[in-house]
Design a protein around this ligand. Structure first.
Ligand code: IPE
Ligand code: IPE
Ligand code: MG
Length: 247
């Protein structure tokens, strides 16, 4: 049975964030090197983007490389960076076919110049699409993002462009890398780990969290739809009582 038919198209999350985890274990389970796992992660990325676009998700954010991931062996970091360059080129067709606007968050300046170039190219090539915004979190750390926002806000205060009194949640939102994205409604993490790993701390304040044991290279459309169906069976109360919600 097509799981998509079980989805209520009136209650689709606007913004889905995914921690794509488990590539290394997937490969090790097959007696292969970790990099083999990263190489086999692209189908899962493609299927997630396509299924999100098909049901009307407006924003999908994929955690591809964290600030902490720079501490991995150089061989693995280099492999991830060249995979990024190749995948961006290879997937341009997928982006255009599905109306995907490509976006990036994180300390992009820290990426190798080849990766920055490939990223800029695909951002420009997809800027006129309008169905879904796909954000890659690259060299991304939520704490660093918040530090960065505080610095930029402080500068404005010092320059008298902004007063302390004016600082509110909106101002902070507008200084995060995600300023142009809606709040995260659903966060999916694969591979069985149940932690946030410095991802979108502020933006996930009221997100529904969904954990699955599926390893990222095995994640397919049905797995994505399972997460959406699970999300739709939850009651988001935002501090209110259940009675107030159902009224
Ligand atoms: C996720 O898979 C990909 C990145 C973090 C880049 P991992 O490489 O973390 O895989 P595991 O968690 O070691 O299995
Ligand atoms: C989080 O995965 C980062 C990405 C998926 C890119 P990790 O595998 O690096 O997370 P930890 O270190 O196990 O929490
Ligand atoms: Mg991991």
């Amino acid at each position: 049975m097509d799981k998509r038919l079980l989805i209520n198209l009136q209650r689709v999350p606007k913004h889905v964030a995914i921690i794509m985890d488990g590539n290394g274990r997937w490969a090790e389970g097959k007696g292969m090197s970790r990099v083999f796992g990263h190489r086999n992660a692209l189908t899962a990325v493609r299927e997630s983007i396509e299924s999100a676009a098909q049901i009307g998700v407006k924003a999908i954010t994929l955690y591809a490389f964290s600030t902490e991931n720079w501490n991995r062996p150089k061989l693995e970091v280099d492999a991830l960076m060249s995979l990024l360059v190749n995948s961006l080129k290879k997937e341009l067709i997928t982006f255009q076919k599905n109306g995907v606007i490509v976006n990036a968050i994180g300390n992009i300046e820290n990426l190798p110049s080849k990766a920055k170039k490939a990223l800029n190219e695909v951002i420009i090539q997809t800027k006129d699409n309008s169905k879904i915004i796909m954000t890659l979190a690259l060299s991304y750390g939520s704490r660093e993002e918040i530090v960065n926002a505080i610095k930029n806000i402080s500068k404005k205060v010092v320059n008298k462009e902004l007063s302390v009194k004016e600082i509110d949640e909106n101002i902070i939102n507008n200084h995060l890398y995600t300023f142009n994205l809606p709040e995260v409604d659903l966060m999916i993490r694969t591979s069985g780990e149940q932690r946030i790993s410095n991802f979108l701390l502020w933006q996930m304040a009221y997100a529904e969290l969904y954990f699955t044991d599926v390893l990222w290279p095995d994640f397919r459309k049905e797995d994505f739809y399972d997460a959406i169906i699970d999300y739709q069976n939850r009651e988001r109360r935002f501090g209110k009582t259940s009675e107030q919600i159902t009224e």
